[in-house]
Write a protein that binds this ligand. Structure first.
Ligand SMILES: Nc1ncnc2c1ncn2[C@@H]1O[C@H](COP(=O)(O)OP(=O)(O)OP(=O)(O)O)[C@@H](O)[C@H]1O
Length: 263
């Protein structure tokens, strides 16, 4: 199918996305134009709608209304073209746990239609870079949380996608592994690819991302280059608290029974 008209530098276009779960409106009209070749952060408080949005954007969950274009292809009209262009590391990743890390990559690569030799080569390099070579023959079920994130990332990168979506990629990952993941992702975006990731960790988003979208209550509250979203605030965290309207409510003043001697 032909790519629908879209600027060459837009990686993902989201138009009028809505999702309800019964009475609960999880995503309430999201429009976004995500630039290519950048590190994009999607931030928001718990329940803001980040996971639901990313699930719809990556074709895992059908929106009630709205559409998503990736590389000009409609996620729901042209899923094969989109799936060839994206890599996804979803939250609570489910994997084939009775395979070893190496087998998981071999299987994923063949599913992606890569020749066996190429899969072997890429898998060896990814396992090395992500410091998983020593555990490549262990079953994924025996991997730690951080190792699971890393093997999931390797599987998502194997076919060299144009856009990589990561839901909380650094959660449960130790600082050394986080630095490794960061290095891999920086190299990947430097080559023109796009990384979209969700996180609660504002310092991380501030240090990694050049473009951010702030979500709260199912809507985008601000989006654009990091400096624009931060505005006059000292940190992205301050700008974020201002935007989501929790300044002053978060200091726990009402918990006057907590601590002290009133037991
Ligand atoms: N399958 C579901 N059924 C019912 N409600 C859901 C479902 N998935 C999400 N929701 C609701 O939609 C809202 C948005 O949830 P979502 O998981 O997208 O938020 P989030 O920003 O990713 O939150 P967190 O940072 O805590 O992971 C929440 O109120 C959540 O309870």
């Amino acid at each position: 199918m032909e790519a629908v008209g879209q600027s060459a530098r837009t990686a993902v276009r989201v138009e009028g996305l809505w999702k309800r779960f019964g009475e609960q409106v999880a995503v309430a009209g999201v429009d976004l134009e995500i630039p290519a070749g950048r590190f994009i952060g999607l931030v928001g408080p718990n329940g803001a709608g980040k996971t639901t949005t990313l699930s719809m954007v990556t074709g895992l969950l059908r929106p009630d209304t709205g559409r998503v274009l990736i590389g000009g292809h409609d996620v729901w009209q042209d899923p094969a073209a989109v799936k060839a262009r994206i890599g996804v590391l979803p939250e609570g990743l489910r994997m084939f746990e009775r395979l070893s890390g190496r087998e998981l990559l071999a299987y994923t690569g063949r599913l992606r239609g890569l020749p066996g030799e190429e899969v072997d080569k890429r898998a060896t390099q990814l396992l090395d870079v992500l410091d998983l070579a020593g555990s490549q023959h262990k079953l994924v079920i025996d991997y730690s949380t951080g190792m699971r994130k890393k093997i999931g990332l390797a599987a998502a990168l194997l076919h060299n996608p144009e856009v990589l979506f990561l839901d909380e990629p650094f959660e449960g990952v130790d600082p050394v592994s986080a630095q490794t993941i960061r290095g891999v992702l920086e190299r990947y975006t430097a080559s023109g690819a796009t990384v979209v990731f969700s996180s609660h960790v504002m310092e991380l988003v501030e240090s990694l991302c050049s473009w951010v979208a702030v979500m709260a209550g199912g809507r985008i509250r601000a989006h654009g280059p990091l400096a624009d979203v931060r505005g006059d605030a000292a940190t992205l965290q301050d700008a974020f608290l201002e935007l989501v309207g929790v300044r002053g409510a978060a200091d726990g003043d009402s918990l006057d029974w907590l601590g002290g001697g009133a037991r």
